[in-house]
Each structure stands twice: as structure tokens, then as C-alpha cells.
Design a protein around this ligand. Structure first.
Ligand code: FES
Length: 138
């Protein structure tokens, strides 16, 4: 059997059933956490959240980047870049949210796009503090 015949036989047996599934899966609309309901807490006494005890510290939890931009002020934004879905990070030097993939830059307070290819701002969430516990909500 030549190569063409082999491929025809292979697709006839199983490929035709798999290709449409793969096409459908790859064509599904990509969902970004920024559109989801957000409601979680972070205990600042937990060592996993220690970054938020320092001004300029940040962490990503549940698809949200939480930043301690100044003493007692926390910002929370979707951690998913609106351009192509990369996870953004906080640059304490510039005070901006940066995307490592194509250089998108966002305002940490508002989520608005400062520069780069992102087509829309990051979704912003509210952050409240009660004692050592931060609550992040849509
Ligand atoms: S994915 Fe963030 S700038 Fe392209």
C-alpha cells in the first residue's frame, strides 16, 4: 500500500471521526476569567499570600492579579490579558500591569490599556480588607 492509500484507509477507519471533534474544540470561543464571577478571600497571615504584605507586592489567585500598590491600597484585576490571553504581572518599578507576551501595559488602578496591542481594559474587581483578610469580588 502506498502512502496515499495508507492515509485514506487510516482516515476512513478513525480519522474522520476525530477531525471534526478537533476542529470543533479548536474553534470554541476562548473564555477569559475576567468575565466570570469572582468572589474569594486571601488571608494575609498565610505565607502563600505574603507578597501582599509588602508595598509593590502582587500575586495571582483564581485568575485575578491582586496588587498592593501602596500602603493599605489593594487593586484587583483580571490576570488574563485581553489581547491573547497571557497571564499578566505587576511591575513595581513602573507601577503598571505588564503582559509578557507582546508588551501590553495596563493601568493598575483602572485596568485601562496604556500601550500595546490589548484591545480592551482588564476587568477590575473590588477589594475590601477586614483584619488580615482581603475579599475580592466582582
Ligand atoms: S497577550 Fe498580552 S499583549 Fe498580547
Amino acid at each position: 500500500m502506498d502512502r496515499k492509500g495508507f492515509l485514506k484507509q487510516t482516515f476512513a477507519l478513525c480519522g474522520l471521526a476525530l477531525i471534526p471533534i478537533g476542529v470543533v474544540e479548536s474553534c470554541k470561543k476562548q473564555s477569559f476569567p475576567g468575565g466570570a464571577n469572582v468572589n474569594f478571600t486571601l488571608d494575609l497571615g498565610n505565607s502563600a499570600n505574603a507578597a501582599l504584605n509588602t508595598v509593590g507586592g502582587a500575586l495571582v489567585a483564581n485568575g485575578v492579579i491582586v496588587v498592593r500598590a501602596s500602603a493599605g491600597i489593594f487593586d484587583a484585576l483580571s490576570a488574563t490579558c485581553t489581547h491573547a490571553g497571557c497571564t499578566v504581572g505587576y511591575d513595581s518599578g513602573s507601577g503598571h500591569i505588564l503582559c509578557p507576551c507582546h508588551g501590553g501595559t495596563y493601568n493598575v488602578s483602572t485596568g485601562s490599556v496604556i500601550s500595546g496591542p490589548p484591545p480592551s481594559p482588564l476587568t477590575r474587581y473590588s477589594v475590601t480588607q477586614s483584619g488580615n483578610v482581603l475579599t475580592v469580588k466582582s
